[in-house]
Design a protein around this ligand. Sequence first.
Ligand code: MF3
Ligand code: CO
Length: 247
Amino acid sequence: MIHYKTDDQLRSIRKAGRIVAACHREIAARIKPGVTTLEINRFVDAYMRRCGARPAQIGYKGYPFATCASVCDAVCHGFPTATPLMAGQVVTIDMVAELDGWMADSAWTYAVGKVSPEAQRLMKATKQALFRGIAQAVEGKRLGDIGYAVQQIADREGYSVVEEFIGHGIGRRMHEDPQVLHRGKPGTGKWLRKGMVITIEPIFVMGGPLVSIDNDGWTARTIDGSWSAQYEHTVAVMDGEPVILTR
Ligand code: MF3
Ligand code: CO
């Protein structure tokens, strides 16, 4: 069942979203060679709590950390570790803040020091796909329009979309209806209506789309070792411009 949010409820999610956005801003300034993802995780955990928010990923289906930190060939749900990041790597940090019972979710891929032109191109295309998807999140369009917009960029740029991981409704719970696929046919799927709040979170990989899960039970990794990027925002569908709640 889709929960349509009132303007008041959108404001509540926006407040949680601002905290997530602030964390990402701080992370962007902190990510460099030698830093560990466990340090980044500790920062996010403390920052959210200082804001009166709860790092909502902790305890979600037993997930033990405030953030997911997925390095290079890890596509998502990576555990933060004490291994220093190295120049040339890419790392995706994903997090959810819950404030006054409302959730906001955003992931971003960061370059560690200087990265290869190939990695830069992957990051740029994935980010572009997110924003093309967001542009479709308006009343009167359909879920397939979002998926199609994302997929178009992957096809054009020669990347695979990891289809196991999809966007979702979000609000009082981290994962609500509807499911938001990162592929689709235009003019198909559920109708978008004002008050829907969804995440759009495409994962692009340089090689094949297949992933396997590490022994930790969480970290998803490409089976061919190719690198990935992911960008995610929590977005409110409106009757005009969509509103990005995690910016
Ligand atoms: N933030 C994730 C999402 O985009 C959920 C991560 S799973 C968790 O849907 F276990 F880490 F919470
Ligand atoms: Co997320």
